[in-house]
Design a protein around this ligand. Structure first.
Ligand SMILES: Nc1ncnc2c1ncn2[C@@H]1O[C@H](COP(=O)(O)OP(=O)(O)OP(=O)(O)O)[C@@H](O)[C@H]1O
Length: 284
């Protein structure tokens, strides 16, 4: 899969000298959902702020479509238009008086014709299921509604890459499913490339195509969710737990290794069936 966005040996240090990213090399395939996992302080937010040009790397590169980002005015404006970021706390993102004005802000800021802004706002509201909230004051929305409105505000800029810091944090189970279905829909219908930083291990096997485990500003592991969860010790060492489904899979995988005369095939089929049923339940 062609990478839409990648980093090569990316390093970043804060002014006080804290090294937050230490030679990070990763890539997100076009039209895929990539999970960025890691304990508090692993470097996820710092990585995202480098990916959309809020931070300038100390060394190494960020590449979009294989082209290194240019850190001049024009290059940064293009990067921020093509890579949208949704912050963990929607209150950091919403500042207009009402939903419609908030969602339209990015389009107006891009200098788009009013008609085009209206078209994009309608589409973003529709996609995020927030059309009915258009006239509501942003401060009067629930947390889950704010999250969806914050996403709508970024979609208006029609980014190719959407990065979301902890998109499911603070949401109830229904809210988690709604947000993740929205991301799947953006991937599948628009071919959008999506990166999510998350501690929510349960969503990873269901929704991520690929994932990286960060720790201490480095990439510790990468692979499909199945690859990653085959290494539960690394997750536990990084304060993460196995997803409930992967925990079950681990038990079944161990059983797979047993000499049980024909049972391994059955157990392998059972693992696949469990994942299929869960995905069906979640309508992934
Ligand atoms: N403004 C700052 N000044 C100095 N150090 C910082 C600053 N912000 C973050 N750091 C440090 O950089 C490292 C990476 O932090 P970062 O916030 O990127 O981690 P994270 O994986 O996003 O954590 P969390 O899951 O808690 O959001 C940590 O050691 C953190 O203490």
């Amino acid at each position: 899969m062609n990478p839409a966005i990648e980093t090569k040996e990316l390093c970043y240090a804060y002014e006080d000298g804290t090294t937050a990213l230490d030679h990070i090399t990763l890539s997100a395939g076009r039209g895929s959902i990539t999970g960025i996992l890691g304990a508090n302080g692993a470097g996820k937010s710092t990585l995202f702020l480098n990916l959309n040009g809020v931070f300038t790397p100390k060394s190494g590169q960020v590449l979009l479509d294989g082209q290194p980002v240019k850190y001049d005015r024009k290059g940064l404006a293009a990067l921020r238009r093509r890579v949208g970021i949704v912050f963990q706390d929607p209150d950091d993102q919403l500042f207009s008086a009402d939903v419609y004005r908030d969602v339209s802000f990015g389009g107006v800021n891009l200098g788009l014709e009013p008609k085009e802004v209206r078209r994009r706002v309608e589409e973003a509201l529709e996609r995020t299921g927030t059309s009915a909230l258009r006239d509501r004051p942003t401060h009067a929305l629930s947390y889950g509604q704010k999250k969806r409105v914050a996403i709508a505000g970024v979609l208006v800029m029609e980014p190719e890459v959407l990065i979301l810091d902890e998109p499911t944090a603070g949401l109830d189970p229904q809210g988690v499913t709604e947000i993740m279905r929205l991301l799947v829909q953006l991937r599948d219908s628009l071919g959008m490339t999506i990166l999510i930083a998350t501690h929510d291990m349960d969503i990873v096997p269901l929704y991520c195509d690929y994932a990286y485990l960060l720790g201490g500003g480095r990439v510790l592991l990468e692979g499909t969710p199945d690859d990653l969860f085959a290494n539960p010790e690394a997750l536990r060492a990084n304060h993460l737990r196995l997803p409930r489904i992967a925990h079950l899979m681990e038990v079944l995988r161990q059983a797979d290794g047993l000499d049980t005369h024909g049972a391994p095939a059955t157990i392998g089929a059972a693992r696949r069936e469990i994942l299929r049923l869960l995905k069906e339940e979640e309508k992934v």
